[in-house]
Design a protein around this ligand. Structure first.
Ligand code: FES
Length: 181
């Protein structure tokens, strides 16, 4: 799958009408990711935001989603994952060990056996809870921004937001044009 990456980053302060889930009283900061038409074309864009967070913005079925770029399980490259629906929920499937992460909430999904003593085995989908940090994506006049989720609640994907993992190769196939706002 096509992905774009750049470490160039621009940001602007949002207007009150584009507020996010930020818990501070100051307006949330919107970080420019790229032009929507470019993201729609590429489907996935990875970017270092605010010099501290690698995020993945992806476009699927008319919707934009934002999340930490590396899988909460072991730092897998989610930008290379397939998107599939499980139990009616859209997930990205990590290419490394096939963990399933819901696009909208960052929940880890798994299949549990209902009763191991009963044949044939029957399974059902369960949630591990939120494992991947999700970030809010906003489109303004064809420009796409992300607002970092600054919740103090730890999320497992936080572990992979370090320089050590930042050196893990990112599949760079093309770069979006950068814009200073
Ligand atoms: S790193 Fe993603 S499933 Fe293991």
């Amino acid at each position: 799958m096509v992905s774009m990456s750049t470490d160039e980053e621009a940001s602007q302060t949002s207007s009150p009408s584009s507020s996010s889930s930020s818990s501070s009283s100051s307006p949330p900061t919107l970080h420019f990711i790229g032009m929507k038409e470019d993201i729609v074309r590429a489907r996935r864009v990875t970017k270092l935001v605010n010099g501290c967070r690698d995020v993945l913005v992806l476009y699927h079925q008319g919707q934009l989603y934002g999340m930490d770029m590396r899988c909460y399980h072991s730092g897998g490259a989610l930008q290379d994952g397939d998107i599939e629906e499980f139990n009616g929920r859209l997930c990205i499937v990590c290419p490394w060990h096939k963990y399933k992460i819901t696009l909208a909430e960052g929940e880890g999904l798994y299949q549990a056996v209902e009763n191991p003593t009963v044949r044939p085995l029957r399974t059902r989908w369960c949630s591990k809870g939120v494992k991947q940090r999700i970030h809010k994506v906003t489109e303004i006049n064809g420009e796409v921004f992300i607002t970092l989720n600054d919740s103090s609640e730890p999320t497992e994907s936080d572990v992979y937001q370090t320089e050590k993992y930042r050196t893990v190769s990112v599949n760079v196939q093309s770069k979006p044009k950068s814009r200073k706002l």
